[in-house]
Design a binder for this molecule. Structure first.
Ligand code: NAD
Ligand code: MG
Length: 359
């Protein structure tokens, strides 16, 4: 039996993982503990699964470390939302425990420092983000020369005038049901920007070897291209249960019928479209940050988080999000790259202050 600890158990990813356990989809897995930042659902879940719970922020390292020692997991699902998730990832790494990592911000904020810590402590990182999960599993079987990341395009892919976008409209994602932060990021394509950075760092691919294509159906989760030009893709319905259970149980570990079969004999269409740099400046900027320093990626991630919070609380307009992120990234570009966690936290604080002042 694999003992599973879920961080951020009450959110969208956490709930999908909990539902997979309820349905008995991961027969080799037993829940051993759950955390969340504040949700009242947590004690209920704890009672249902007879496991201890902890209210903690991602950067609450001492509390999290003690909870990891108390619950003794074999694998930890980091389903925390936002840049605070890096602290939690580092706590897991320092216990040398494999991490099923949904919190993409950990990779973007922690960058090469986080990845070298994972190596140093032999803590395996298994991506949960559907695109990175697809790439990770495809790469086990084939050598990739190029990565092709799919993007649904979000709710505004066809909308020209973004002047009066409401919070409700931006929260209405066409293919995925997710937490608020990632849903707004999907509307600006900052989510795809974070994913391009995540892919570049996780798989050590330079930005010119990573392509993004708009694929509205969210069925092709991503693809890899070999030197010969063959393209291998992972297809499944848009349901996070598959990447989550694959990361926790592992491929070929007895998982069965995790998602509905695709209706090939009835037929369905898959389309791929290019994307426009001027319409989606945050995706273009994410590529640029990969040619800048680690500090610019921290600035990108944190200022986007600030801007999304400001939009959700009605302080700024939807169309202000990209310019706040751009201004923060360029104002911090000349600063030196952080080399350790405390320097990352300092850079995060600078980005937060800079972006707040622009809101
Ligand atoms: P969510 O907002 O639905 O849930 C977040 C969970 O984390 C909750 O349990 C909440 O209590 C906890 N949390 C929030 N802030 C915290 C903090 N500062 N410290 C500790 N815990 C905190 O978010 P989500 O949509 O489930 O996304 C979680 C992560 O997974 C994000 O990094 C997101 O980008 C990534 N992701 C999500 C999806 C999806 O389908 N939802 C898909 C791919 C990747
Ligand atoms: Mg994704």
């Amino acid at each position: 039996m694999k003992r599973l600890l879920i961080l951020g158990a009450t959110g969208s990813i956490g709930t999908t993982a909990v539902n997979a356990l309820r349905k008995g989809l991961m027969k080799d897995v037993v829940l051993t503990g759950i955390t969340a930042s504040s949700s009242p659902l947590l004690p209920q879940l704890s009672e249902e699964f007879h496991v201890p719970y902890l209210y903690a922020k991602g950067n609450d390292s001492e509390k999290l470390s003690a909870f990891i020692e108390q619950t003794r997991p074999d694998i930890i699902l980091n389903a925390i939302a936002g840049s605070d998730g890096l602290g939690a990832t580092l706590s897991c790494i320092r216990h040398s425990i494999p991490i099923a990592l949904a919190n993409k911000e950990s990779v973007v904020m922690g960058g090469n420092f986080m990845l070298s810590e994972a190596k140093r402590y032999s803590a395996q990182i298994i991506p949960v983000d559907s695109e990175h999960s697809a790439i990770y599993h495809l790469m086990k079987k084939n050598k990739a020369a190029r990565i092709i990341i799919t993007a649904s395009g979000g709710p505004f892919v066809d909308r020209k005038d973004l002047e009066n976008v409401t919070v409700e409209e931006a929260l209405h994602h066409p293919t995925w049901s997710m937490g608020k932060k990632i849903t707004i990021d999907s509307a600006t394509l900052a989510n795809k920007g974070l994913e391009v950075i995540e892919a570049s760092l996780l798989f050590a691919f330079s930005p010119d070897k990573i392509e993004v294509t708009i694929h509205r159906q969210s069925i092709v989760h991503s693809a890899i291209e070999t030197e010969e030009g063959a393209v291998y893709a992972l297809l499944s319905p848009p349901d996070m249960t598959l990447p989550i259970t694959l990361a926790i149980s592992g491929e070929g570990q007895g998982l069965k019928n995790i998602v509905k079969p695709l209706p090939f004999s009835q037929g369905f269409s898959l389309t791929f479209e290019g994307w426009d740099r001027t319409r989606f400046p945050l995706l273009a900027l994410a590529y640029e940050t990969l040619n800048m320093g680690g500090i610019s990626r921290i600035a990108y991630c944190e200022s986007d988080e600030v801007a999304v919070e400001a939009f959700l609380s009605g302080r700024i307009k939807f169309k202000d999000i990209p310019s706040i992120v751009e201004k923060t990234v360029f104002s911090m570009a000349a600063l030196s790259d952080p080399q350790c966690y405390s320097e990352i936290l300092e850079a995060k604080e600078t980005a937060r202050r800079t972006a707040e002042a622009l809101c």
